[in-house]
Design a protein around this ligand. Structure first.
Ligand code: 2IP
Ligand code: CA
Length: 388
């Protein structure tokens, strides 16, 4: 069955905004925030609760997306994937599947039966009610005027969706407000938190549509305002919501983002030809490449997952950039002029897990990643690797 890409983007935008609202509500409501921060300074048991509540919040967002998209695109629910399973076992040994029920009260009652909610003894119903209220709200978000330019149709049976409900969880829990530098880059803080919804083709594995929603993009006093971007890259339709002009076209040196934990030797390799900067969150670093704040994001290790990359990758493809594996660039022996071929052939794909290694690594980007804003940036990165 064919579906309109325009209505899919609008549905993803709405669903991402619900996820962003959940993220903001948890930080704004004391009953919920208590659940989130309890373990931060607590003992082993408390630490487990933090992990569990985080998981519950993640799963809830995942289930909201599944519920809302399924309402509009029948059958898509079975092709929505995320990091967590929605099954929990409560203190009575009952197995609970977190999902949206027929109405807000029923969802609140279900959430209340999860052990994570019981950790705030008196307030658990209040906390569950607040989450259920947002989950059942009707959210319609303005996707911007560029949406009118999208005229593609997509094959519903071929669509898969990767969700990262809250990327940069460490920043989310610490709750600090980051300070942007002159270029707009925020190296840590709530601004690095992103809700990521990426649609890929099950047959080719390539990303098709991406929505990245930052729940904490700007602050005015104690209130946070979000922002979002989307993009679509299918054969005859490459559209993205951001302004086409990138902010840093005239820079002399490439701006390259890396993880704080990147190997020293890799940082050194790129310091000669580029300015290497750090920022938290895989999703946030990718999104900075989308925004033109950076030219590339390089990660030599296998510490990102398909749910981190699929959404911003779709937007990068719409912008004539891309994401390839770090290894593919190190192995590249061709002429720099054949760089566009490499870019065409070696984009990271999202439909097949890694067969070898532990199951926790099944959906990781095994050979590292390099996200780039243009072919020129890709060439400079290959040159830097070759000059080393
Ligand atoms: C993590 C998180 C980390 C990031 C890692 C992601 O996702 O975004 O911050 O590490 O790659 O997978 P780094 O910040 O060093 O790049 P999550 O927060 O969802 O676990
Ligand atoms: Ca993540």
């Amino acid at each position: 069955m064919k579906v309109s890409a325009q209505s899919l983007i609008q549905a993803l935008v709405n669903a991402s905004e619900k996820g962003a609202k959940i993220a903001r509500v948890i930080r704004a409501e004391s009953a919920l925030l208590e659940l989130l921060v309890q373990e931060k300074c607590g003992d082993q048991k408390n630490r487990r609760f933090l992990q569990d509540f985080k998981t519950l919040a993640d799963v809830l967002v995942q289930e909201i997306v599944r519920h809302d998209l399924s309402g509009q695109f029948p059958g898509i629910g079975g092709s929505i994937y995320g990091e967590e399973s929605n099954r929990f076992t409560n203190v009575l040994g009952e197995s609970i599947s977190v999902q949206l029920c027929e109405d807000q009260d029923a969802t609140a009652r279900l959430l209340c039966r999860c052990p994570e909610m019981c950790s705030v003894l008196d307030d658990n119903m209040a906390a569950a009610t607040m989450l259920a209220r947002v989950a059942h709200e009707q959210v319609v978000m303005d996707a911007g005027s560029k949406l009118q330019e999208v005229n593609a149709e997509l094959d519903l049976d071929d669509l898969g969706v990767w969700i990262d409900p809250i990327d940069s969880t460490a920043q989310y829990i610490s709750g600090l407000c980051g300070v942007p530098d002159g270029s707009g880059l925020v190296s840590c803080g709530l601004q690095c938190v992103v809700v990521l919804l990426g649609v890929f083709s099950k047959s080719s594995g390539l990303p098709l549509v991406g929505v990245c929603n930052r729940p904490f993009a700007q602050t005015t006093g104690d209130k946070w305002k979000g922002d979002l971007m989307w993009g679509i890259a299918v054969e005859n339709s490459r559209v993205f919501s951001l302004p086409s002009e990138k902010t840093n076209n005239n820079k002399q040196k490439l701006v390259i983002l890396m993880s704080q934990s990147e190997k020293q030797e890799v940082k050194k390799k790129f310091q000669a030809s580029g300015t290497v900067q750090h920022a938290s969150g895989a999703g946030y670093k990718l999104l900075c490449v989308n925004q033109g704040i950076a030219d590339a994001y390089i990660l030599s290790k296998n510490s990102t997952y398909m749910w981190d990359c699929c959404a911003p990758h779709a937007i990068l493809l719409a912008q004539n950039g891309g994401v390839v594996s770090y290894k593919s660039l190190c192995d590249f022996k061709g002429d720099l002029s054949s760089c566009s071929e490499l870019s065409l052939k070696h984009q990271i794909t999202y439909h097949q897990g890694n067969q070898d290694g532990p199951s926790s690594q099944k959906w990781c980007n095994q050979d590292g990643i390099v996200a780039y804003c243009s072919l020129e940036a890709l060439k400079s990165i290959i040159q830097a690797i070759n000059n080393d």
